[in-house]
Design a protein around this ligand. Sequence first.
Ligand code: NAD
Length: 290
Amino acid sequence: TAEIIDGKAAAQRLRERVALHAAAFEQAAGRKAGLAVVLVGEDPASAVYVRSKGKATLAAGMASFEHRLPADTPQAELLTLVDALNADAAVDGILVQLPLPRHIDESAVLLRISPDKDVDGFHPVNAGRLATGLPGFVPCTPLGCLLLMEERLGSVAGKDAVVIGRSNIVGKPMAALLTRASATVTIAHSRTQDLAAHVARADIVVAAVGIPQFVKGEWIKPGATVIDVGINRTDAGLVGDVDFAGAASVAGAITPVPGGVGPMTIACLLRNTLVAAHRAAGVPLDERAI
Ligand code: NAD
């Protein structure tokens, strides 16, 4: 049976590395690295995410700036706040929690964030930098997935990877990252024919579909590394996009839900914020070492 990839432990180690570098940054720059998080409205899940991001930021020895705006905040007012955060030298990273209320144009807001403070990596400039091999910011969830794969496999170079899902926040950047790391990448999506045959060839499977237990154990190639991004709330509790029991009996390694990819996402947000701070302050950092 498969090794269970402990994302919680990996995230804890990453957070410790970030905290060490954050303390050194404060020494060198004379200020803390800072992350601003903006929440519009009272979506309970978003409020939980924002609270845990703030707590994790403080625990890593960085400054946290939380901005909570009422659900009926006009778009212009939100854009004005983003402009102020772009101009604020104490703020290295800006994160606007999604989803935004319906009267606000999400892409207009994301476009307004300075690409150099876009620690979520959602700005098209950062998507372009990732695609063309320039330094920028990589979205936190796929970055966390790659770090988990590399912990188990060392390098992913030359491996056959199938990414199921092509969203801008998970599937597409995941495929771009794997391509950059020299894997051979297939992107599968809702129009893919014979998904089972694609998965059967894959050394690495990333499931980011949003359908509970969608990827079946009998599709998995023996020994494959299975990364389950899905977070689905069901009557049976939180489940992933992979049939965990079935896949765990053939895979070489698999991430559980919860406790796999999820914890890595926030740790990678802290990592991106730390990197942003070093770049902004001109303090050197070996980004591969964290
Ligand atoms: P999304 O709904 O934006 O994208 C889903 C993708 O799945 C689409 O690209 C679609 O083409 C593909 N898809 C749908 N049906 C399919 C089918 N039958 N066959 C093959 N592909 C199909 O979702 P998302 O934002 O990319 O998130 C995916 C999952 O990951 C969700 O469960 C979400 O909750 C979870 N998620 C987790 C984290 C985290 O762990 N921190 C972060 C983001 C998203």
